[in-house]
Design a protein around this ligand. Sequence first.
Ligand SMILES: Cc1ncc(COP(=O)(O)O)c(C=O)c1O
Length: 375
Amino acid sequence: MKLLDIYTRWNVEPVKALGCKIYDKDGVEYLDFYGGHGVISIGHSHPEYVKRFKQQIDKIGFYSNSVFISLQDVYAKKLGDISGYPDYSLFMVNSGAEANENALKLAAFHNKRKKVVAFRKSFHGRTAAAIKITDNSHYWSSINESPEVIFLSLKNSVDIKKVLEKKDVSSVIVEGIQGIGGVIVPNSNFFKNLRTVCDQTDTILILDEIQSGFGRSGRFFAHQYSGIRPDLITIAKGMGNGFPVSGVLISPKFTVSSGQLGTTFGGNYLACVASITVLDIIEKENLIKNACNVGNYLINELKKMPKVKEVRGIGLMIGVELKELIKPLREKLLFEQKVFTGFTGKYVFRFLPPLCLDKQIADDFLNRFHEILIH
Ligand SMILES: Cc1ncc(COP(=O)(O)O)c(C=O)c1O
């Protein structure tokens, strides 16, 4: 057997990492401004994370949800307190798409409606329901096509009202900040209007904070800049700092009956230890404030760079749109300047560094980025 050849991959093999730095098999050091697709929150191989992981695996690594795993309760309590949702309940699963699938299902169990509203340029995952609400037909197979999803513009609140007033939409799902769609930050009024219309029409509001959550935006969740409270919030990526874990935060208005949701791996001991440690480190090292401060600094400095058309984002979720194609520049950044970066589309760099990024490494990055822009 050979591995399915499905990814476009860089010819680099990281074998070690620490904080915001990655080392390849020849010992070459790189700056990580991609965070393994926005996953690394507290930094690579944080010593406390490594220590607690080792301690846990020495005791027990896995059992299913047929027994009590009190670490799950510890985590739910901690997450509720830190995120500002102490009255919500938590359902733990394994990946972002799975979290969104469960959120859509919870909404449909609740109001028995079938339709979903999503937004243009959205990305919510690649599983059956999640892919239906992802606005990119390239990812759809024939069984995924369905008239039950309505894609609307983030900019047109009149259309949103018109569609929801028919009262046949089960849920509206929206990213806290659209990541793959180009790092687009919906404004506070958009979220407030959406909340109001969902309330008026008994439509469930789902906030996908899979990429924008866990402090990346400079708040625990990006939607918290607007002051709204969604009915369901989906989380993944930064939650486990690389351990595959995700979840749905569920408002008290839902009643779920036994068997409606379930998972084999979700909420296992290692997932809980990873997730608890991430929250402890976020708190102890003030990483949300750090993401806000260093993010603002980076955004301001990036705006001064040559060839830059627009800088979008908040905190450490930053999109830099150039006036030219970024592919050759991104390669130069990686192979000459030794910096990992992300992208969206052909013109936008996407920077998702670990939240522990300090000003010194930020400056180092800015110099390297400037270098490839002027040559
Ligand atoms: C906003 C958003 N939602 C959902 C997903 C899907 O997550 P996963 O790849 O863990 O299924 C992603 C992944 O990039 C994402 O950015």
